[in-house]
Design a protein around this ligand. Structure first.
Ligand code: SF4
Length: 204
């Protein structure tokens, strides 16, 4: 079954959603975005790699900034880099920081692989995340579990964008402190006010 065009979602929204559903809502429903040091560094890194150029060195063939789509899953997006080495083809996604604990980068990469598989009609068993802070590539295997998790996330993001309902999330210091939307979202302050209001209601 093919998805209707109006239900196509950006692959990058899967990353935002997995990091924090509210962040995805702010960016893709409320259309709010604020840069911080992390997002500016990330944009500069992508500017450097988004050249659209293809190169070949021996067995290695590389093409940068490749548009992707999947009619089956209703996805559109861009891969930073597609490589083919010794007959194996895979996506590489560039991230400016270090590997996080949230699984969001893997979901984004897996969605890129799903789109590539559909476009090229070949299996993509793995891809790589390149973290600029460490200068290392991390291999990501597109296991059945990761594929399932990615499909579930696609459904959840589509539902979020369709309904427009603001998700309710909790303040998580490690996550929220690095979030460029902190000053709009004020998650800690909101949690404190909610706590005070609940206490007041109980004492009435
Ligand atoms: S500040 Fe925290 S709760 Fe708010 S959008 Fe960012 S990560 Fe989500």
């Amino acid at each position: 079954m093919q998805m209707q065009e109006e239900w196509f979602i950006p692959i990058s929204a899967l990353n935002q959603y997995t990091y924090c559903p509210l962040r995805c809502w702010y960016m893709h429903v409320a259309c709010e975005f604020v840069d911080n040091i992390h997002t500016v560094e990330g944009s500069l890194l992508h500017e450097r790699v988004d050249t659209g150029e293809g190169t070949r060195r021996g067995e290695l063939w590389q093409i940068r900034s490749v548009y992707l789509y999947s009619k089956t899953y209703g996805l559109v997006g861009k891969a930073d880099l597609i490589e083919e080495r010794s007959g194996e083809l895979y996506p590489v996604e560039f991230k400016k920081g270090r590997r996080g604990d949230w699984g969001n980068d893997k979901i984004q990469l897996c969605a890129q692989a799903l789109a590539l598989e559909e476009m090229l009609k070949r299996e993509i068993p793995r891809g790589f995340l390149y973290y600029a802070a460490t200068g290392r590539r991390q291999e990501v295997r597109f296991t059945e579990d990761l594929r399932q998790e990615t499909l579930i996330t696609i459904d959840r993001v589509r539902e979020l964008l369709r309904s427009g309902a603001r998700p309710s999330v909790s303040y998580v210091a490690k996550k929220c402190k690095g979030c460029s939307l902190y000053r709009i979202c004020l998650p800690r302050e909101t949690a404190l006010i909610k706590k005070q209001l609940t206490g007041r209601t109980r004492s009435v």
